[in-house]
Design a protein around this ligand. Sequence first.
Ligand SMILES: [Mg+2]
Length: 124
Amino acid sequence: MKPTILHLDLDTFFVSCERLLDSRLMKRPLLVGGLGDRGVVAACSYETRRFGVHSGMSMKVARRLCPEATVIKGNAGTYMKFSDNVTEIIKESVPVFEKASVDEFYADLSGMDRFLVVINTPRK
Ligand SMILES: [Mg+2]
């Protein structure tokens, strides 16, 4: 049997965690990362990306490109906790998985088609 592996990469995970903790950050430009002069953007919301901001860039440059952004240092412990919550959900759903990082997982779905219900909808 050919293996079927699902790669799960949580989208803007640190941003989503911060928004769960403070709903005022919803739909606002948000940067998470180092605050010092040599700080780097660990995560950025979609609202910052149209200004050319991306993760991995210098925080100094990101703040210049998107001065209205809220900047948060972030908390690794908090993200680990939320990551553990996601891990529990995956653990309940698939028998074999691997946690690759705080926001990345691989799930082995081989043979799981037996447990899926396919609903045929008529095409128009
Ligand atoms: Mg991700």
